[in-house]
Design a binder for this molecule. Structure first.
Ligand code: FE
Ligand code: FE
Ligand code: ZN
Length: 276
């Protein structure tokens, strides 16, 4: 079973996202927990959350876990205390809000150390997570693999492994692997996917891999750019992406498209990848 969906807009609420996902042929999806640029979140309507749960989970063909995305402008390892505090406040609040949809995923970008060094960055990220994660939460927090643009932390599997090493609640932390990001970071998912997955397994552990972002890339391998392309229109290509989503070691993981598309384009990409 291929679990695939895309990044939906949450402006019309939870149930509306579930309905749109079903129309697109999706059986998982992603959404921003609040304005993608950060800031105040809308109040959650508990009945709307329950309506989504009964629509997509309480039936014979339940969706794979949803992959909520933190605002991408948060920086948990900024050199400015107020920027770190803002990330702390948003993420802590998001984790409480996620409990209206129990048992799903909360994905975030580890951040940019802005010259303080990878070591300092990793420490700030683990400190923040240890501070906001609770034994009661049912959400698994996912670190996203990054392209290594600028001073981004998380472009190397080793860095992600060291963040996980520092987390106290180890059963509540995992990884979301983004195809565009790992390709741009220099991992050869086109020519030698088995080797990349072996390396991930050795350094992080495949048991930690919980979700996949499926994007083509506008740039060559190792470019450290992070510009997404539609599936088959970039430098990774349809064949490599088809092999990726069908790899036995990745079976059953939710696949989220974050390609530059509207509804019709996502629907087409879902059909294309299901029939690959
Ligand atoms: Fe992301
Ligand atoms: Fe992504
Ligand atoms: Zn990206």
């Amino acid at each position: 079973m291929l679990y695939i969906g895309y990044h939906l807009s949450s402006v019309n609420g939870f149930e509306a996202m579930g309905k749109e996902a079903l129309l697109a042929g999706a059986n998982t999806f992603a959404f921003f927990t609040r304005n993608p640029r950060g800031g105040k979140a809308k109040d959650i309507d508990p009945d709307d959350a329950k309506a989504l749960i009964s629509l997509i989970f309480d039936n014979d063909s339940p969706f794979a876990p949803l992959v909520a995305h933190a605002p991408y402008t948060l920086n948990p390892c900024s050199d400015k205390a107020n920027v770190r505090e803002f990330a702390h406040m948003c993420m802590s609040d998001d984790l409480q809000r996620m409990e209206y949809l129990p048992g799903n995923y909360y994905n975030f970008h580890p951040g940019s150390h802005v010259g303080q060094g990878v070591e300092a960055g990793i420490r700030m990220i683990t400190d923040l997570l240890n501070d906001i994660m609770t034994p009661e939460q049912t959400t698994t927090v996912l670190l996203e693999t990054m392209s290594g643009k600028g001073s981004e932390v998380g472009g190397r599997f080793e860095e992600l492994a060291r963040i996980i090493d520092g987390i106290k609640l180890k059963d509540k932390i995992g990884i979301c692997m983004d195809t565009c990001h790992v390709h741009d970071a220099g991992y050869d998912i086109i020519g030698d996917l088995d080797r990349v997955l072996d390396e991930f397994d050795r350094i992080v552990g495949l048991d930690k891999l919980k979700a996949l972002h499926i994007n083509d890339s506008k740039n060559p391998i190792g470019s450290h750019k992070d510009r997404h392309a539609c599936i088959g229109e970039g430098t990774i290509g349809l064949d490599a992406i088809g092999r990726f989503i069908n790899h036995p070691k990745l079976a059953g993981l939710p696949c989220i498209l974050e390609t530059p598309n509207e509804f019709e384009g996502y629907k087409r990409e879902i059909e294309m990848l299901r029939s690959y």
